[in-house]
Design a binder for this molecule. Structure first.
Ligand code: NAD
Length: 350
């Protein structure tokens, strides 16, 4: 088996993955290794062509550079995006081929789960390389499925956001959750426990119907969820939920969710400021998963993850306060903070 590896760009490393035997077809983008090896999950999804997969991988890897810096992790940003084959395929063969490509990078990239991949997939990857996390581990050690940690961080971020935007807890507030998968589903459970009202939508009916039954959530159409009558909008599906159109129709006064790359274009952040909608930047809210993944990779224990994830709420509170004081978008303020962290490391290293 030959995995073709081509480095297209010396600054941002782009590794093309192609293996006809297993159906592997995708790209790894290593956006930055200034703080350490590039860490970020592996997305396995339907893309019309490799250009679309590559563009998504670039945006996601860039987001990981900011996310890892902001979370205080000794890792740079990277991401893998694999195109899901149209017909039947051997899942183990495909993820083992991916694992060999990760091994070829010699530790410059550390992978884990993302949309469309599971703990079982990462175990196949681990047959080929040690540069993978999100594997089953015992209860004391850090690791396993990162989604519950992501959901916990998003929940804490939302609590801080609600205190800022409404001066209240989440009890009695209505939260519209777009995407009830691993992160969105876990988030819904925590929100229900906290006494929030739920409105949910998912393109896969079986995923939302389960929650409708268990949690008494109200189901709406996927096209309606962003504009539904709610206090908080929680994007937990794929990227690009916040467009000029969706923001114009939005009734919620706070946005906080697990999805990566929520802003379809950077200018939407200013639109949110103009509409008086508080926005918790995606990569600040959803860092819990990568905190768990990197702790597992470094062999740290669970207490370490609990402490690091526990910093997300206070970080969001401080960020929203600073953005309000400076009358700027929290997205811009967060980017400036993350860029400062990376620049400071560069200065020390120079
Ligand atoms: P997932 O695949 O388990 O869930 C995504 C859900 O969104 C699926 O149920 C899917 O059917 C649904 N969906 C897709 N398009 C939709 C649409 N247009 N409208 C409504 N629902 C739609 O993935 P996940 O692991 O829960 O990740 C969700 C998001 O959170 C992704 O953007 C991911 O990158 C991000 N994220 C995940 C983690 C993690 O730990 N899993 C960490 C950080 C960020």
């Amino acid at each position: 088996m030959v995995v073709k590896v081509s480095r297209l760009n010396p600054a941002v490393e782009v590794v093309r993955l192609e293996d006809a035997a297993s159906g592997l077809d995708g790209v790894i983008v290593i956006h930055s290794t200034r703080l350490g090896p590039g860490a970020g999950g592996c997305r396995f999804w339907h893309y019309p062509d490799i250009a679309a997969a590559g563009a998504d991988a670039f945006r996601l890897a860039e987001g990981m550079s900011y996310k890892n810096a902001m979370a205080g992790l000794p890792f740079g940003g990277a991401k893998a995006v694999l195109r899901r084959p149209a017909g039947d395929f051997d899942r183990e063969a495909l993820f083992r081929a991916f694992g060999r490509a990760v091994a070829d990078l010699g530790g410059a990239y550390v992978t884990a789960e993302d949309v469309g991949t599971s703990v079982a997939d990462m175990h196949h990857v681990a047959e080929e390389t040690r540069h993978v996390a999100g594997l089953t581990v015992d209860a004391r050690r850090a690791g396993g499925d990162p989604s519950p940690w992501t959901a916990q961080g998003v929940f804490d971020a939302m609590e801080a956001g609600a205190a800022h935007a409404f001066g209240s807890s989440l009890k009695g507030l209505t939260v519209a959750v777009q995407g009830t998968g691993n992160v969105g589903g876990e988030l819904c459970r925590r929100l229900a426990d906290a006494g929030a009202e739920l409105v949910i939508a998912d393109v896969q009916p079986e995923r939302r119907d389960r929650l409708e039954k268990i949690l008494g959530a109200r189901v709406v159409d996927v096209d309606a969820i962003a504009g539904v009558e709610a206090d908080i909008f929680a994007p937990c599906a794929l990227g690009g939920a916040l467009t000029p159109e969706s923001v114009a129709a939005m009734k919620a006064k706070l946005i906080c969710g697990g999805a990566n790359n929520q802003l379809a274009t950077p200018d939407v952040a200013d639109l949110l400021v103009r509409r008086g909608i508080a926005y918790v930047p995606d990569y600040v809210a959803n860092a819990g998963g990568i905190v768990s993944v990197t702790a597992e990779y470094l062999g740290e224990n669970r207490a370490h993850v609990v402490a690091r994830v526990g910093q997300i709420g206070p970080r969001v509170a401080a960020l929203l306060e600073e953005a309000a004081r400076r009358r700027l978008s929290p997205a811009l303020v967060a980017d400036q903070m993350a860029e400062r962290i990376i620049a400071d490391v560069e200065r020390v290293a120079a």
